[in-house]
Structures are given as structure tokens and as C-alpha cells.
Design a protein around this ligand. Structure first.
Ligand SMILES: Nc1ncnc2c1ncn2[C@@H]1O[C@H](COP(=O)(O)OP(=O)(O)OP(=O)(O)O)[C@@H](O)[C@H]1O
Ligand SMILES: [Mg+2]
Length: 139
């Protein structure tokens, strides 16, 4: 699925589309360069799923857990600062990934070998200052 040329005002609709198409897949990986909008999209997805708390970027904590009104708790990861796979294993990422709860993962490359067989691959591209395009592909 491709969602071309959306601005930030349209992001809620983008989140809604992703959820209505891919809700059954629990682990979602978000790829895209710095500033492409991974965290911004995660917040919208969270808000669509009924996250009550403010979703900050988990950059300094690697994983944040949020309660929602519509499904189980969701987990938001940012592996940008992860040094190696052992660090991920120490955090217990496999328990999170196989928990059956929704996982939103920024910078997933380093933990790719730990992902479950079925996950959603979201690729975000910068089109302009305020415009982005994305593709979402079940793996
Ligand atoms: N259409 C859009 N979708 C998402 N973000 C947009 C859009 N247009 C502009 N932005 C802006 O782009 C920036 C995206 O920042 P964000 O932190 O979400 O990126 P990121 O991919 O998570 O970066 P990082 O790799 O550093 O974690 C925000 O300042 C946001 O306001
Ligand atoms: Mg981010």
C-alpha cells in the first residue's frame, strides 16, 4: 500500500488508513531518514488507538509503554542509540515483540534478526518540507 504526498494535517487520516488495513499485524517497523516523521506518525497511530498519555520520543529510554482505551498497552521503540544486539536482548525485546501487543519500532535495522516472521514494514520518504510519502508492506 502506498500513501503519497501527505502533509501533517493529513497524518491522522494516514494513521487511520494504516490501522484499518493492517491492524491484525502487531509489530510495525518504521523506516525513514532523520526527520522523516516516524515519531510524529507513531503519535498519531497512538492517538487513533486511544493512547491517553503524551507520547514522547523514546530515544533516551529505547522503549516506552502506553496504555490505550482501544487495545492492550502499546510499546514504542527507538533503536537509534542501541549499540548492539545484546543490549536489545538485555532489555527483553523478544518478550515485547512476541507479547501480542502492538509494537511501533523506529530504527529497526539493528534488531531485524529478532523480529517475528510477520511484521509490517513502513517506509517514509521526504518529498518536501511538509510533504511525505509512505509505503506499507506486510512481511
Ligand atoms: N507530512 C508530515 N508528516 C510527518 N511529519 C512532518 C510532516 N510535515 C512536516 N513534518 C515535520 O517533520 C518532523 C518529523 O520529525 P520526527 O521526530 O517525527 O521524525 P523522525 O523520523 O522520528 O526522526 P528521528 O529519526 O530523529 O527519530 C516534525 O517536525 C514534523 O512536524
Ligand atoms: Mg523519531
Amino acid at each position: 500500500m502506498t500513501i503519497p504526498n501527505y502533509n501533517e494535517e493529513e497524518l491522522q487520516e494516514v494513521a487511520r488508513k494504516l490501522i484499518s488495513n493492517f491492524s491484525a499485524i502487531k509489530v510495525w517497523c518504521l523506516q525513514g531518514e532523520m526527520g522523516s516523521g516516524k515519531t510524529t506518525l507513531c503519535k498519531k497511530i497512538g492517538s487513533e488507538l486511544g493512547v491517553i498519555d503524551d507520547m514522547s520520543s523514546p530515544t533516551f529510554s529505547i522503549v516506552n509503554e502506553y496504555g490505550t482505551t482501544k487495545e492492550e498497552d502499546i510499546y514504542h521503540f527507538d533503536f537509534y542509540r542501541l549499540k548492539n544486539l545484546e543490549e536489545a536482548l538485555d532489555i527483553g525485546v523478544e518478550d515485547y515483540f512476541y507479547s501480542g501487543n502492538r509494537c511501533l519500532i523506529e530504527w529497526p535495522d539493528i534488531i531485524e534478526s529478532l523480529l517475528p516472521a510477520n511484521y509490517l514494514q513502513i517506509n517514509i520518504k521526504l518529498v518536501g518540507d511538509n510533504t511525505r510519502s509512505l509505503t506499507a508492506k506486510p512481511k
